[in-house]
Structure formats: structure tokens, C-alpha cells
Design a binder for this molecule. Structure first.
Ligand SMILES: [Zn+2]
Ligand SMILES: [Zn+2]
Length: 153
């Protein structure tokens, strides 16, 4: 191991702090919320640093990123068993892990076809969850017997 510069060491420490704060949240969290959580915890890290650190963590595959309705990026630590894709509700922020086998297969095939290695990808699904879907866009009143029941959650 080569000697670390002061800046590198500080960056490593900040990255660890950001990751730790991320793990304390059980859902997607914005850089600003994370920054506030760190500050409340007595960790002095600039917001810019938090943003930069999160970008690096995302690029290195340590966190997953989605965007909320305002376009703000939200972050969550990636599970150990590989990355996940999420469907995020633009209204309430509900995020559900979705089955992405087809996406993974597609990425593998494309990477093979074009001869790329270490291909990473980001797939974001955003929409309105069942609870937030406006009544207008529900199917017109049909026979009551056809009412779908779902017990997600
Ligand atoms: Zn919702
Ligand atoms: Zn994927």
C-alpha cells in the first residue's frame, strides 16, 4: 500500500461517515437529509462533499440512486447480494425493489455484443403507487366482483 496523502485520508473518512449515515436510513434519502443527519451526529462534512461522496459511491456501485419528482437524487446503500432496481412513487416516495432479471440479461447481451467490459447501468422507474394514483385514472367502474385486491406491504 502506498502512503496516503492527508486529502485522501480525509476523503476516506468522510466517505465512511457518509456510508454509515446512509445505512442508518432504511429508505432512499437525499444528500441534504444525509448532510443534516451527519451534522446532527457531530460530523462536520460540507454539503458539496456529501454530494461528491454520494456520486463516487454510486459510481463505484456502493449505493443505488433514484430521482424524485423534483429531479433530486435519492440514495440508498446497495444490498450485499448485488444491485437492485426500484420503482419509486413520485408522490409519496415509496420505493419497491423490482424484478430486473430481464434488464440484467439485456445488459449482459449488449455488453457482449459491443465488446464492453465492466459495464454498469442505472435503471429508474418512477410513477404513482397504488395509493397515490388519482381516482380519475382508475379503470371505469366495472362489475364490483372484478375488484382487484392487493395486500402489498
Ligand atoms: Zn405513493
Ligand atoms: Zn441492474
Amino acid at each position: 500500500m502506498h502512503e496516503r496523502t492527508r486529502a485522501e485520508w480525509r476523503a476516506t473518512r468522510q466517505r465512511a461517515a457518509v456510508l454509515r449515515a446512509l445505512h442508518l436510513h432504511d429508505t432512499f434519502v437525499s444528500a441534504q437529509s444525509l448532510h443534516a443527519a451527519l451534522a446532527a451526529d457531530g460530523v462536520t462534512v460540507g454539503l458539496t462533499t456529501v454530494y461528491r461522496t454520494l456520486r463516487l459511491l454510486a459510481a463505484s456501485g456502493h449505493v443505488d440512486v433514484v430521482r424524485d419528482s423534483a429531479g433530486e437524487r435519492l440514495y440508498r446503500p446497495r444490498p450485499d447480494d448485488g444491485h437492485r432496481h426500484y420503482a419509486v412513487c413520485r408522490e409519496c416516495g415509496l420505493s419497491l425493489a423490482v424484478d430486473s432479471d430481464e434488464v440484467e440479461r439485456w445488459v449482459a447481451r449488449i455488453a457482449r455484443d459491443i465488446g464492453f467490459h465492466a459495464v454498469d447501468h442505472t435503471v429508474e422507474l418512477t410513477g404513482l403507487c397504488e395509493r397515490c394514483r388519482p381516482p380519475m385514472s382508475r379503470p371505469a367502474a366495472g362489475p364490483p366482483a372484478r375488484r382487484r385486491t392487493s395486500s402489498a406491504g
